[in-house]
Design a protein around this ligand. Structure first.
Ligand SMILES: *Cc1c(COP(=O)(O)O)cnc(C)c1O
Length: 402
């Protein structure tokens, strides 16, 4: 028996072999193009999850398949023990675009953040500074160190013992930051806009305080731009809106547009690695690097940063119109990383209702919906989104409450 065109069938088979307990709907994606995904039964969805803010160029972008095809015929892998041209070229492009001097290339966001954490500890070594100040409700990844940096209470004893050396302050509280800073701190690390935390932008005051305290204590300011970077928030980097420059910034999600490639960018002074300190089998990977360069070319060449800013404003206009008639509030975020809250904790129901109407949404918290469509989304897609959301809100927030 081989049934290959049933969502239920694939979900059932997956549940019996995929490790771990992520809760997934009975939906198996077969293909994607632009802002649409298609399931194994042939149903099409308007995708406002965007591969979790990854699919910056839309689904199955030609630029990525072309780069993969070209590079894979030339060289798939050579070991990080040698130089390779795409790896050098992507590092040069990222340095040029970002103004940083040094670039590490890895595969995942967590790997880029691990690199930043190692840089921070190296920076503080010798003077007893090994603590990193992070923020409540942040998110930095799922390796043991980045889980500790994330500091989610539910993760505290999940894989005990927790990696030591991370403290947390309320996001946006400069006084708490001042209190936490002393000579034992080697870095302050946060997201310019908390993504998993529900799209919460840092205030300029919080960022300025962090910059000032880091300078005073000789600590590194590390910004996790894994989700916010490369145009997602309507600027190339989200820190541009904060009026500060970090010493270290990490990138991942949008950089590969769906292919796993990440980067840790640092100033010359922040790069204290000596030969052998940092590495990895698939670092500076030719395929990932070739894709990264192709993605940067598209983002710059097609003005996708400006496009994301414009589409973000239009998206906000649609949401404001809906908010006047509906139980939704707290519209927030910029560019194509936005969120809103329902006045009841029924975001999961809204996600289900929208999916059955052909729209994919993400709910990072019980009352919150997060929107992160591909940067190539166009005005008619936003109209369609607003219509489906309106109908779905009708269904979920209907008079019959409870
Ligand atoms: C997704 C994310 C990460 C982790 O990236 P992975 O590629 O899943 O390891 C880290 N930081 C932020 C802000 C993220 O959104």
């Amino acid at each position: 028996m081989s049934i290959s065109n049933s969502n239920f069938e694939w979900a059932d088979r997956g549940r019996s072999v995929w490790m771990g307990g992520a809760v997934r709907p009975d939906l198996c994606i077969a293909s994607g193009s632009g802002v649409r995904l298609v399931d194994v039964e042939g149903r099409s969805y308007l995708d406002f999850v965007g591969g979790w803010a990854v699919s910056s160029l839309g689904h199955s972008p030609v630029a990525v398949s072309r780069a993969l095809e070209r590079q894979s015929r030339e060289l798939v892998h050579c070991s990080p023990g040698f130089w390779n041209r795409p790896g050098v070229e992507l590092a040069e492009s990222l340095a040029r675009l970002s103004g940083f001097d040094r670039v590490f290339l890895g595969c995942t966001g967590a790997e880029a953040n691990e690199c930043a954490i190692k840089l921070a500890r190296k920076h503080g070594a010798g003077r007893g500074a090994d603590r990193i100040v992070c923020t409540d409700n942040g998110f930095h990844g799922r390796t043991l160190a980045t889980m500790a940096a994330t500091g989610k209470p539910a993760w505290k004893n999940l894989f005990s013992p927790e990696m030591p050396g991370f403290v947390h302050v309320p996001f946006g509280n400069p006084d708490a930051l001042r209190e936490a800073m002393d000579g034992t701190v080697c870095a302050v690390m946060f997201e310019p806009v908390q993504g998993e935390g529900g799209v919460v932008p840092a205030s300029r005051e919080f960022a300025a305080t962090a910059r000032e305290l880091c300078d005073r204590q000789g600590a590194l300011l590390v910004l996790d731009e894994v989700q916010t970077g490369l145009g997602r928030c309507g600027t190339l980097f989200a820190f541009e809106r904060l009026g500060i420059r970090p010493d270290v910034a990490t990138l991942a999600k949008g950089l590969g547009a769906g292919f796993p490639v990440s980067a840790c960018l640092a100033t010359r002074d922040a790069d204290r690695f000596e030969p052998g300190d940092q590495g990895g089998t698939h670092t500076y990977h030719p395929l990932g690097a070739a894709v990264g360069s192709a993605v940067l070319e598209e983002i710059v060449g097609r003005n996708l940063v400006e496009h994301a800013a414009a589409m973000g404003s239009l998206l906000r206009t649609h949401l404001e119109a809906l908010a006047r008639r509906r139980g939704i509030a707290n519209l927030r975020g910029t560019g194509l990383l936005q969120a809103f809250d329902l006045d009841v904790p029924r975001a999961a129901d809204l996600v289900d209702a929208a999916r059955s109407r052909g729209l994919l949404l993400n709910s990072p918290r019980p009352s919150t919906i997060r929107l992160m469509p591909p940067l190539v989304v166009e005005p008619p897609d936003l109209v369609e989104f607003a219509e489906i959301l309106d109908a779905s809100l009708d269904q979920v927030l209907a008079p019959k409450e409870g």
